[in-house]
Design a protein around this ligand. Structure first.
Ligand SMILES: [Zn+2]
Length: 284
């Protein structure tokens, strides 16, 4: 089945395609869980195979994405330990994002999107779980963004020129400018904020992440990842910000990567529409 056949099949059978892609997404999500759990600890993501916290192997049928957790109702059979709701949640989110990508993007951009979104889920998951962002998936984001810009210029909307080579050069330029802007932007904000606040404001991981988003989405995407991410971060954290006005609590550090990842995903799905909406709002 070539790309055209696949597009025709998708148009004729959207429900079957959605279920099929959702199932693949849930399986990928299951692997992302392993990455989120092991990468910050510096453990291998290949061996040993998935096991319970008590060390027992998990039977295959309880390892089925989503259903395994539902079957066990969140309790490990071997030792009765609770299994975090994070596992089915990551599988569900991955499945939904994969289906959305194939429903609203071109097949090539959707396939690249699945890689992009998977890496974002790993980075956000690690930051939420351990407040520690591993370097490997972060640098992979930058490298793969550049790679896909070379092999699939349509990632940056480069389909206008009749010459394939020109499309590729334009696409790689978009990606490189995205990396440069993403890096510089966070570096400057980090430097200035650190001087004002007298403590480290953002981590190096935020710089690499923003560069990676620039590599996949161009400089506008990097910009939106940072500023849109800040707005999303404030909205998510609003309850605890408001709580500061109440009885004093110990100040807690905020994982910023999840907000940046949400903004990056939004941009990947609907970047041009977000610019149009912004212009309409500014000019109204
Ligand atoms: Zn156990």
């Amino acid at each position: 089945m070539n790309l055209i056949d696949f597009q025709i099949f998708m148009a004729l059978h959207p429900n079957i395609t959605a279920v099929f892609i959702g199932a693949i997404g849930a399986c990928v999500g299951s692997f992302l869980n392993v990455c989120i759990h092991r990468l910050p600890k510096g453990e291998s993501i290949i061996s040993p195979p998935s096991h319970c916290a008590c060390g027992q192997r998990i039977p295959v049928w309880f390892n089925v994405p989503l259903f395994g957790w539902l079957l066990l109702r969140g309790w490990a059979k071997c030792c009765g330990a609770t299994i975090s709701v994070q596992y089915p949640l990551v599988e569900l989110i991955t499945a939904l994002l994969f289906v959305t990508a194939f429903l609203i993007l071109s097949p090539v951009k959707a396939a690249i999107g699945c890689v992009f979104l998977s890496l974002l889920i790993i980075l956000a998951g690690c930051d939420m779980q351990d407040m520690l962002v591993p370097d490997a998936p972060n640098f992979l984001l930058v490298g793969l963004g550049l790679f896909f810009s070379v092999v699939a210029p349509s990632l940056h909307g480069e389909t206008t020129s009749g010459l394939e080579i020109i499309n590729r050069i334009n696409s790689v330029t978009d990606s490189l400018v995205g990396i440069a802007v993403g890096t510089a932007l966070v570096w400057w904000i980090r430097t200035i904020a650190s001087v004002i606040m007298g403590q480290e404001a953002m981590g190096e991981a935020d710089i690499i992440l923003c560069a990676g988003v620039g590599a996949f989405c161009g400089w506008e995407g990097a910009l939106f990842c940072l500023f849109g991410g800040s707005v999303i971060g404030v909205i998510i954290k609003l309850p605890s910000v408001l709580a500061l006005f109440g009885p004093k609590k110990e100040s807690e550090s905020v994982p910023f990567v999840p907000s940046m990842a949400i903004a990056a995903a939004l941009w990947f799905f609907r970047g041009p529409e977000l610019i149009t909406a912004w212009h309409l709002w500014v000019n109204s």
